[in-house]
Design a protein around this ligand. Structure first.
Ligand code: SF4
Length: 65
């Protein structure tokens, strides 16, 4: 499973951080930090990752299986 971020859409709401705090963080500037953008996500994070995709209010996260 992979997730990509549409940086043009992302508004830094941080809902994804709440859903998957081990994957997403909002930095001091209010920008999203996601080190696994486009890379394989560890299986133990799949449920949280899926939640983040489903709850992003602007649909900035895209799931690829
Ligand atoms: S929830 Fe969506 S808009 Fe908010 S920081 Fe995460 S990816 Fe960006």
């Amino acid at each position: 499973m992979r997730i990509t971020v549409d940086r043009d859409r992302c508004e830094g709401h941080g809902v994804c951080e709440t859903a998957a705090p081990d994957l997403f963080q909002i930095d001091d500037e209010g920008d999203l930090v996601f080190h696994l953008d486009g890379h394989d996500i560890p299986e133990e994070q799949w449920a949280a990752a899926t939640n983040s995709v489903l709850t992003c209010p602007v649909a900035a996260l895209k799931l690829e299986k």
